[in-house]
Design a binder for this molecule. Structure first.
Ligand code: 13P
Ligand code: SF4
Length: 303
């Protein structure tokens, strides 16, 4: 059944000059047909270097939107246009304006997991793989980090010389992991290293052996001599972890560690949008130009 779908997708891709990008949280079978798989930074970066005129982006809306903002001449489609990231909406434009009035030298640092509207009022975007580096190299002393309080507080610890003001947003999926979840996983697997995404709460990060983006977690596990790992991020990373490391063991910190929106990316939906030319992402030109500034700055500063 899925072999037939995969063949049809391959044919349509060639016919329509399309390329498929997938985040590590997309279902395994979708990662299986993707031309490029990665974390949010890699995908944003790779999208600017593609020769195809059409990109099918298997992720959530802020990712597809960022790709469209950076590549206005391309057709960007999402298998399910409703796939959203709850955290992307958890900051307030008026609050940002108020903070800018309060602090003269304020830099608004915007985690890429945010709407285009929030990017428009931000100075620079970051992802979990470059946030520390970018915040450290900013000239500003005062930083308003939006929307994720957990990534923000992780950066604050690494860059104590800055006054980082946190915003009250978080990823409901990562923030649901508790200290008790980690302690119980550790007691079940005492030899395992805990590898954690920085969207988790500080008490969870404190119990972790390694903290990094999805790509960083994969790279760490690939290069480590250890053979057992407790993984503290969405279970989609299990697919590349296991296929790259068939002799190592991976245990998730929590049952059902799932971002439901990411799972809206199905083979059937990929085929449908390619067939119907549907779910095309549009960003109005004024918003696009303003939102592109912090994204471009991120790509430059992360080099
Ligand atoms: P990465 O930048 O590590 O891919 O994370 C994106 C994300 O949405 C994590 O929840
Ligand atoms: Fe957003 Fe959390 Fe899903 Fe990542 S896992 S896309 S932060 S809701």
């Amino acid at each position: 059944m899925s072999e037939g779908i995969i063949k049809e997708i391959e044919n349509l891709k060639a016919q329509k000059d399309a390329v498929i990008l997938a985040h590590y949280y997309a279902p395994a079978e979708v990662q299986g047909i993707a031309d490029y798989i990665g974390d949010s930074f890699y995908l944003a970066k790779v999208a600017t270097k593609l020769k195809q005129s059409r990109i099918v982006f298997c992720g959530v809306s802020f990712m597809g939107e960022s790709v469209k903002i950076l590549n206005p001449e391309k057709t960007v489609q999402m298998p399910d246009i409703t796939a959203d990231c709850a955290m992307a909406h958890m900051a307030d434009v008026n609050k940002i304006k108020q903070m800018k009035e309060e602090y003269e030298d304020l830099a608004v640092v915007c985690y890429i997991n945010s709407t285009a509207e929030l990017k428009c009022v931000s100075d620079v975007c970051v992802t979990s793989s470059n946030a520390v580096k970018i915040v450290r190299s900013l000239k500003n002393k005062n930083i308003f980090f939006i929307p994720d309080k957990n990534l923000g507080s992780f950066v604050k610890k690494q860059v104590p010389e800055k006054n980082i003001i946190l915003n009250d947003g978080c990823c409901p999926i990562h923030a649901a992991v508790t200290k008790e979840d980690i302690l119980s996983a550790k007691s079940e697997h005492p030899n395992a290293l805990v590898l954690t995404h920085p969207e988790c709460e500080a008490e969870v990060l404190a119990l972790s052996d390694f903290i990094g983006s999805t790509t960083d977690i994969l790279t760490f596990a690939n290069n480590s001599k250890q053979t057992e790992f407790i993984i503290c991020t969405e279970e989609g990373v299990g697919y590349p972890l296991i296929s790259n490391n068939p002799l190592k063991k991976f245990f998730f910190a929590k049952k059902e560690f799932i971002c439901k929106d990411m799972k809206l990316n199905t083979l059937e939906n990929v085929l449908k949008v390619l067939k119907e030319d549907s779910n095309i992402i549009e960003v109005d030109e004024e918003t696009r130009i303003r939102a592109m500034v912090p994204l471009d700055r991120m790509l430059e500063m992360a080099k």
